[in-house]
Design a protein around this ligand. Structure first.
Ligand code: ATP
Length: 216
């Protein structure tokens, strides 16, 4: 079996991953943290690997969804009996489709952000074939499935989702920018005019996409 070292596997960390470290997120404390500064610090530090964790320490319940490079499983951690979402990423697929940088970036951003509206990444572990991202489990499914089910949203439902149910979990195409970027990514149907004009786009482009995606 092939092994890779793209995800800091070769850097040794002295980490004890126990019940305590998985439960150590205190929301009240987090409220007071200056999100941006904290993000920068965490982003620079990059992510760490929990070498003491492996799949056998979890009970597998069901598959929650399928992504491009693997599945997301609902699991229960044996030590504390808490449910988590475990994203299982297939290393060989990531390498085959030349997505190493994208995946590294997604994990790095998710690991760096601590915000009540953004899913918590607890830790990362790996074996020879897969990378496992242990995250907060969010009930209720995702917006995409809900849109598929209802097809068209009434205005009040659209307002409800747009205003408050923006729990972000997917940072595959996320990028840290100062003013503008010229990177072309995303679904063409929802491209903003500034992306199409290739003159550089910044944060307002996300508002365009949110509006375009709302199925009123
Ligand atoms: N933390 C979570 N809690 C509950 N369900 C989740 C969680 N994370 C992901 N899921 C479910 O798993 C599905 C797959 O997620 P994943 O992030 O792997 O792929 P994706 O974003 O849909 O696709 P891609 O890999 O192309 O970005 C999601 O659509 C969602 O239904």
């Amino acid at each position: 079996m092939q092994t890779y070292s793209y995800f800091n596997e070769n850097i040794s960390h002295n980490i004890s991953c126990n019940e305590c470290s998985l439960n150590s997120i205190d929301y009240n404390t987090l409220k007071n943290i200056q999100f941006k500064e904290d993000f920068e610090k965490r982003y620079q530090l990059s992510y760490k690997i929990e070498y003491e964790l492996d799949l056998h320490k979890f009970e597998l319940i069901i598959t929650l969804g399928q992504g491009s490079f693997g599945r997301v499983l609902l699991v229960v951690f044996e030590q504390n009996k808490i449910e988590y979402a475990l994203k299982v990423l297939d290393k060989s697929k990531i390498v085959k489709y030349n997505q190493i940088k994208h995946v590294q970036n997604e994990i790095r951003i998710l690991n760096a952000i601590r915000h009540p509206n953004i899913i918590i990444m607890h830790c990362l572990f790996k074996d020879n074939s897969y990378i496992y991202v242990l995250m907060e489990y969010v009930r209720g499914g995702d917006l995409f499935s809900y849109i598929n089910k209802l097809k068209v949203f009434q205005e009040h439902i659209t307002l409800f989702f747009a205003a408050q149910i923006v729990l972000l979990a997917d940072f595959g195409f996320a990028k840290q920018i100062q003013q503008r970027t010229y990177t072309l990514c995303g679904t063409p149907d929802y491209f903003s005019p500034e992306i199409l004009q290739s003159k550089g786009h910044g944060k307002p482009t996300d508002w365009w996409t949110l509006g375009a995606r709302m199925p009123i």
